[in-house]
Design a protein around this ligand. Structure first.
Ligand SMILES: [Zn+2]
Ligand SMILES: [Zn+2]
Ligand SMILES: [Zn+2]
Ligand SMILES: [Zn+2]
Length: 329
């Protein structure tokens, strides 16, 4: 007869657990090639419900989200020059569209509503044309969602509009959120460390090569007009740009012309996009010499013509010129 467990010796089960090393964890991750669209429409939803005041991430979830979002916002356009980023703060059961980073400091309060946030995001993505991606990124902190109607109808709406929902979660999995990502082809990412939040967030925004387009994308360069008149994109009276094809007025760039569907961009936008498509190869590190252009202490050297760069000059060459000063490499 088998003896009862309380009559047996201690079984030290925790000693038999083997933790995977970092290298082993990396090995099992799938390494599918990652592409990001060239023309992106991204709506960022920050969950500022009362759960964001929890202090499991330092200093707390709210501070971590607002700081990372601010950094993300300032870097987004340099990596995605032909794109558009909008931000929503979800708190007190409602969703608020915030125009800039200054309002990231709003306090965390009340409940999170997935439905209200998604409805607002879909409204902001409404003007998306055929060449643009529709992406919704949610930074989730709440374990529940407080919705006025049927959340599955809103998820279906997102699915029909081809809006891809990705969730980065600071708390355990919530069924509706996971389902929303699965049904729209997005990802559900659980975070356990503050550094990982930044890493995953940046992965979504910056990594990967811009995806190629199957057909040519019609683009036009609009001209500036200072007289305030109503814009065709928002029906608001302000200054703006005139489409050279159909003479319709829009107030922001880049945008798809609401009348003739040409993509309206400025030349710096296009230049930056071209640079992001063909980035300069890495320079060799060199520390003992002086920068050829400004004589500050050097950090790198062109492998082809040996022109020496300081960090500022290298940054300028990479982000604005796209060519080495010495050899047009
Ligand atoms: Zn407008
Ligand atoms: Zn037009
Ligand atoms: Zn320099
Ligand atoms: Zn060179």
């Amino acid at each position: 007869m088998e003896s009862y467990s309380w009559t047996q010796d201690y079984q030290r089960t925790w000693e038999t657990i083997t933790k995977k090393t970092e290298e082993e964890e990396k090995e099992v991750e799938p390494t599918e090639p990652h592409f990001r669209p060239l023309l992106r429409r991204l709506v960022l939803i920050l969950d500022y419900s009362k759960s964001a005041t929890k202090k499991d991430f330092k200093p707390n979830r709210h501070k971590l989200m607002s700081q990372t979002a601010e950094e993300f916002y300032s870097n987004f356009y340099s990596h995605n020059p032909l794109s558009n980023l909008k931000m929503i703060i979800a708190k007190s059961g409602k969703a608020f569209h915030i125009p800039d980073v200054s309002q990231l400091q709003l306090s965390a309060d009340g409940e999170f509503s997935l439905q209200n946030s998604l409805e607002m995001a879909l409204y902001l993505l409404e003007s998306t044309g055929e060449h643009w991606s529709s992406e919704i990124l949610i930074i989730q902190s709440s374990l529940n969602t407080c919705d006025p109607g049927n959340i599955w109808e809103t998820i279906e709406k997102a699915q029909k509009r081809l809006a891809k929902i990705t969730v980065i979660s600071l708390c355990p999995e919530v069924f509706a959120m996971k389902e929303a990502t699965l049904r729209t082809g997005g990802k559900f990412i659980l975070i356990d460390k503050a550094e990982k939040l930044k890493e995953e967030w940046e992965n979504i925004a910056y990594t990967g090569n811009p995806a190629s387009y199957e057909s040519l994308v019609p683009m036009a360069f609009p001209y500036w007009i200072a007289t305030p008149t109503p814009c065709a994109c928002h029906l608001k009276i302000n200054q703006g740009y005139i489409c050279p094809i159909c003479k319709c007025k829009v107030c922001t760039l880049p945008i798809q012309c609401p009348v003739c569907n040409f993509i309206l961009v400025s030349t710096p936008h296009l230049n930056k996009a071209a640079l992001s498509l063909t980035p300069l190869p890495p320079f060799n590190p060199v520390l003992t010499l002086k920068c050829t252009s400004c004589e500050k202490s050097s950090v790198s050297q062109c492998p082809k013509c040996s022109t020496i760069y300081c960090s500022d000059c290298e940054e300028f060459v990479r982000t604005s010129l796209g060519k080495c000063l010495g050899c047009s490499f």
